[in-house]
Design a protein around this ligand. Sequence first.
Ligand SMILES: NC(=O)c1ccc[n+]([C@@H]2O[C@H](COP(=O)([O-])OP(=O)(O)OC[C@H]3O[C@@H](n4cnc5c(N)ncnc54)[C@H](OP(=O)(O)O)[C@@H]3O)[C@@H](O)[C@H]2O)c1
Length: 513
Amino acid sequence: MPNRPTDQWVNPLRDERDKRLPRIAGPCSLVIFGVTGDLARRKLMPAVYDLANRGLLPPGFALVGFARRDWDHEDFGQVVHDAVREHARTPFREDVWERLSEGFRFVRGTFDDDAAFDRLRDTLLEPDKERGTGGNHAFYFSIPPDAFPVVCEQLSRSGLADQTEDTWRRVVIEKPFGHDLESAKELNTVVNKVFPENSVFRIDHYLGKETVQNILALRFANQLFDPVWSSHYVDHVQITMAEDIGLGGRAGYYDGIGAARDVIQNHLIQLMALVAMEEPISFEPHELQTEKIKVLSATRNILPLDENTARGQYEAGWQGSEKVPGLLDETGFAHDSTTETFAALALEVDSRRWAGVPFYLRTGKRLGRRVTEIALVFKRAPHLPFDQTMTEELSQNALVIRVQPDEGITLRFGSKVPGSSMEVRDVNMDFSYGQAFTESSPEAYERLILDVLLGVPSLFPVNAEVELSWQILDPVLEHWAASGKPDGYEAGTWGPQSAEDMMARHGRAWRRP
Ligand SMILES: NC(=O)c1ccc[n+]([C@@H]2O[C@H](COP(=O)([O-])OP(=O)(O)OC[C@H]3O[C@@H](n4cnc5c(N)ncnc54)[C@H](OP(=O)(O)O)[C@@H]3O)[C@@H](O)[C@H]2O)c1
């Protein structure tokens, strides 16, 4: 038997820092393009304040807004103030606000205005000198995707994209990352012409959610689940993102895009990759990306597509006690719009672990409830030594990761009903974040913006992941484009009949979360 070392070997290259300690961003400026928009107001500005409140921003920090409004620095400060008061997660503290707001700057301009970008360059020099932001700049594109090329070009022309050995320049882009594989490749080419891939941070805010990161903890920090995490025990996986809201006021963004491009291409395929991937060697960004890329490369649509996909468009109905209109009556949608508001597909992963296990992905608007969950539904026990009547109310075991709301995990299994008979019925064992931990979870945007400023890309999909997910979705979108109108479904229900039929063909049924 080999001798066991008595002293622990100390790797001189290992980072000895306690990883539980919060990491604070280094000196830098965050420039937000599209600072008057909905995303900036509801998510980005509040997240910046919350980070400052948690002490995670450096003293040398500046927030620079770029927009076409006729504002000065003070007007901009007031807009940030209102957004923070309305949407921040943490309490408002005057001292934090004062310190943060000293670093606010505003630049007025449109994207095709060379002089505005030259002014932006000059404006960024001020906090570099006065606040020591060190020439490090993150550019957040909270703007329509068709403006990405011109802003990239302007940043390049004005020299703002140039990094040196001592300074960094990063760009943050929001979905949609193209509308099909070809446009995604074009977009990647445009962005990568100006910013190298390791300076590009694509936001999929789902990856910033605590519950989504907990998929990695659940799978790779426990011995309990790994043995059953495969086709030996799992019958199928259902990934659902359901919303009860409609699309009133969002026609400009949504008409012609639809549920599959809006949600499946990014959030749901990313969730699937985290559930299906193999264990990474470490949580270093490239190790995680390698495993996600491997699993996405092995993912296929189950064919034929007309039997294994479903799409729908909501019609008038009741959402609780409220009567709501159908999509075609929502303001801004074309009266003959074929945009789907519900999409479902069946995927399989060609690997030893997952052969024969369908992954069902579905999303929709105006569904019965707002819920996002991942359910691993297990095979039935091969033999039940009970009288058949005793197990009539026993369904398949399931492990359900509740992504939102009511974040947590549920394990469903059979238990004996109290009494003299041996009746077995489903029960749930529940872990809830709210009860298990006293800390509240940071907002996804807090986590992601901090990671951008720290330069940690683990939670941001790289272009290979984006292109692979379009490769999966493109054939489905082409099939739908050639098949006319989506099926109708009544608002407040769980989608069109065709989605139920799709599952019935597989001898399965959608969960009703
Ligand atoms: N809202 C969300 O929850 C959400 C979620 C995921 C992804 N996204 C993505 O995030 C981005 C921003 O979304 P949003 O909802 O905030 O959009 P939005 O409300 O329409 O805001 C767009 C912003 O871009 C500015 N803009 C547009 N064209 C411009 C131009 N030529 N020159 C200067 N500024 C211009 C607008 O300025 P004006 O005010 O002057 O028009 C506005 O500030 C989009 O890419 C969207 O797809 C949004």
